[in-house]
Structure formats: structure tokens, C-alpha cells
Design a protein around this ligand. Structure first.
Ligand code: PLP
Length: 415
């Protein structure tokens, strides 16, 4: 049992009793009609209410001007930070809004100002854009990069992490991942952060594929920063992202690139920084998209993070079992994969072609190439995998259609 922000109890995923009302979720999600949508890990389907919030604000901007419209919804914008804080068990002033997870991660790592002699430690599950950023820091900035091997279950080997931290020089940051793009793996982020903390290292968590599907409690994880995107399991609009930044984490240094949003230019050559997480933000943003994100965050809180996690973990397991039973299909997820991201390969067919075949049957999946996860798929010798990722709007009919579609296409490929 974890404790909510208000001190009230939240259900443990293992014992969550709240039930997800799939029919109600479908009735308020227009995108569920006529398709079997299994690409929440790409971009989850937004609810009608999220869409409405975006469109309403765009109309408001058209009628009265962008700045005037923003002033009118100042309270609603403040509520976006509050809802994000409530979902993650952070305070509203520890939340910064971005236009993607990548821009959030960039702002955090920029602020850390790592240079020659410093060390970043990363898991094999790192996402392409973050891995490339770290490789570029190693190549251009003299930062030492250590990629930690996996244990037998496919998650980060904590003893190897301990050894990497023990041997690390300079300032040390662990660039952790909760759930990767390339499999259903769930990394033990609280344990990773605890090992890092024992060595005085920072932990920055990429929770892009977990927030919205897994109940993430930043106080329980005890990380320094945690970043996610809006459009995936949070079911927000595209072009949104957010970060939790531990209060006081950047005291004395502030954002690497002060912006009028988070800094005040006080005299000829002086400025002051906002002390909240907003010091990392930029002035310009889509207010409409942020209002839509706020609605999605509120929906996620109201649905119940623990109940959502229990439901989606069950759905992931069901898909994994069903797919594993199909001739010619090999589930590609490592052992430590309880999440709602399910990956597989099919004998004799490239993942891209298989995914296209499913699309013809109105089933949306995606092919993840090794170029999105070289330290994972590349290292496992997989050129690509088919990825399916359900959400609370997927019903039994969707699951049947997916398993039937995969069976028929896999049988056809073997004929
Ligand atoms: C694990 C992970 N991290 C980061 C990202 C990047 O997110 P964004 O596209 O919002 O920058 C993705 C996108 O797929 C991802 O899967």
C-alpha cells in the first residue's frame, strides 16, 4: 500500500480492487470505433474531453488573442501542474512542462553541466534519443559513459551498477529508464536510485513509457528527476511532456539556458532564477495542448493509478500468453516484463511488413527497429520487433481480433 499526496491510502496494484470500466472508456474515446488500436506506447488515444479542451482553447485564442486567452485560463494551467503532482505524488512546484520527454531530459541534463572527468551511467534499455545524447556527451564533452549490463531477467544488473558507481569519477549521474520503447521490461527504478544515492550520485528517470500505465510515486522512487511524455500512456495530446524535479535540486546553478519563463533579467548583467521546477521551462508553448494534457492527467488520477496498472499488467500478460501460443510467433520480451508493452517476432516476416499486414485488418501495432534501441534490440541480435501496447479502452473484442489477426498472418507467412 502506498500513501497518496493527501495522506489517503492508494490500492496496491497486486490487491487493487477498483475496476476499470472499459465500456465507459471506449464510449468517451472516439478513436476506438472501427479499429483495434494497440499503439499506446506510440501515442495513446485521447479521450473526447481531452480533444475538447484543446479545440476550445484554440477557438478562444482565435477569438481573443493568444496572450489574453492564456490569462483567462491561468487557473486551469495551474491545475495542470497540480494534477501532474498528484499523479506522481510530487508538489505542483516540482513539476515543469515541456513539449516532449526528450526536451525535458535535455533540460535536466543541460542543467547538470557535466564535463570532462564526470560520469553518466545508463542501462541497456535506454531510448535512442537519450542514448545518442549520452554518446555525444562522451564524444564531444569528455564525459565518461558506462552502460551497465543486464542481469539474467533482462533488467539492469544492480551489482554491476554498484561496481560502476564504485569506479565512477567526477560528478556522477545515473540515467535510468523505467520501461523502454523496445520491450515490456520494467526496470527496478527505486532500487537503482537507492544504489545511486548510496554513492551520492544523481538519478534521472526516463518514465516516458510508464507514467499512465504504471503507478509511479516519485517519493517512493526517491529520484532527483523523472521525465515523461504526454501522448503515450497518459493519453494527452502530442507535443506535451513533463518533468518532476526534486525541490532544491538545482539551487545555486539553475537552468543551463535561462529563459524569460524561468528567469528575471534584473540589471545590465544580472538575473534571478525561479526556484521552482519551472526554471527549466521555455516561455513559448501550446497552451491548448497543455490544457488537454491537464484533462488527461486528471482522468489518469480519477481512474486510479493502481487500478490502471493492475488492469494493464493483466492485459499485457494475456497478450503475451496468447501470442506465445501461436505457431511461428516468438515473444521477444525479457523475463522481467510485466508491463503493457508486448513485443514479438514472426518467423519469415519482417516486423514492418507484419505490422502493415495487421494494419490492413484495422489492427494498429508498430515495428520497433534496432536503431531505436541498439543497446537492447541490437545487442540481442534483433533487427526489429512488432510492438503492441493496449490501454484501458481495449476490450475483449480487440484482444480476439489481434490474436486472430496474428494467427492468420503468421500462418500465411509459413504457407
Ligand atoms: C522510453 C522512451 N523514452 C523517451 C522517449 C522520447 O519521448 P518523446 O518523443 O516525447 O521525446 C520515448 C519515445 O518513444 C521512449 O519510448
Amino acid at each position: 500500500m502506498t500513501i497518496g499526496l493527501e495522506g489517503g491510502p492508494r490500492a496496491d496494484p497486486a490487491t487493487a480492487t477498483a475496476v476499470i470500466d472499459v465500456a465507459a472508456e471506449r464510449s468517451r474515446t472516439a478513436g476506438t470505433a472501427g479499429r483495434h488500436y494497440f499503439n499506446a506506447a506510440g501515442a495513446g488515444l485521447v479521450s473526447d474531453q481531452v480533444l475538447e479542451a484543446v479545440v476550445t482553447h484554440l477557438r478562444r485564442e482565435q477569438r481573443m488573442g493568444g496572450y489574453e486567452a492564456a490569462n483567462q485560463v491561468a487557473d486551469e494551467i495551474a491545475a495542470v501542474y497540480a494534477a501532474a503532482g498528484e499523479l506522481l505524488r510530487a508538489d505542483a512546484d516540482e513539476i515543469a512542462l515541456f513539449d516532449s520527454a526528450t526536451s525535458g531530459l535535455r533540460a535536466v541534463f543541460d542543467a547538470l553541466r557535466l564535463g570532462p572527468g564526470d560520469t553518466v551511467i545508463a542501462p541497456r534499455s535506454s531510448y535512442v534519443s537519450q542514448a545518442l545524447r549520452l554518446l555525444a556527451m562522451q564524444r564531444h564533452d569528455g564525459v565518461r559513459l558506462v552502460v551497465v549490463p543486464n542481469g539474467a531477467d533482462g533488467s539492469m544488473d544492480l551489482e554491476a551498477l554498484d561496481r560502476a558507481l564504485a569506479g565512477a569519477k567526477g560528478r556522477v549521474v545515473v540515467s535510468a529508464v523505467h520501461v523502454p520503447t523496445s520491450s515490456g521490461l520494467v526496470e527496478p527504478i527505486a532500487a537503482i536510485a537507492a544504489v545511486a544515492r548510496a554513492y551520492g550520485a544523481w538519478t534521472v528517470v526516463d518514465a516516458t513509457q510508464s507514467v499512465g500505465q504504471i503507478d509511479v510515486d516519485v517519493r517512493a522512487v526517491d529520484c532527483d528527476a523523472l521525465v515523461t511524455t504526454g501522448r503515450k500512456f497518459l493519453r494527452g495530446p502530442r507535443g506535451t511532456g513533463l518533468a518532476y524535479l526534486r525541490r532544491g535540486a538545482l539551487d545555486g546553478i539553475g537552468s543551463w539556458a535561462p529563459d524569460v519563463r524561468g528567469a528575471v533579467w534584473t540589471s545590465e548583467d544580472e538575473w534571478t532564477m525561479d526556484v521552482t521546477a519551472r526554471q527549466l521551462e521555455s516561455w513559448e508553448s501550446s497552451v491548448a495542448a497543455r490544457l488537454g494534457l491537464g484533462v488527461a492527467l486528471r482522468e489518469a488520477v480519477d481512474r486510479g493509478p493502481a487500478a490502471t496498472e493492475a488492469h494493464l499488467v493483466g492485459l499485457g500478460a494475456r497478450l503475451r500468453d496468447g501470442l506465445a501460443a501461436i505457431d511461428g510467433v516468438t515473444v521477444a520480451d525479457p523475463a522481467a516484463s510485466p508491463s503493457a508493452i508486448v513485443t514479438f517476432t514472426v518467423d519469415g516476416v519482417a516486423s514492418k511488413d507484419f505490422s502493415a499486414g495487421l494494419r490492413h485488418r484495422r489492427i494498429d501495432s508498430i515495428s520497433v527497429p534496432a536503431s531505436h534501441a541498439q543497446w537492447d534490440l541490437g545487442a540481442r541480435g534483433l533487427q526489429s520487433v512488432v510492438r503492441v501496447s493496449p490501454h484501458v479502452y481495449n476490450d475483449d473484442d480487440d484482444v480476439r481480433a489481434l490474436l486472430d489477426g496474428v494467427t492468420r498472418l503468421a500462418t500465411g507467412a509459413r504457407a
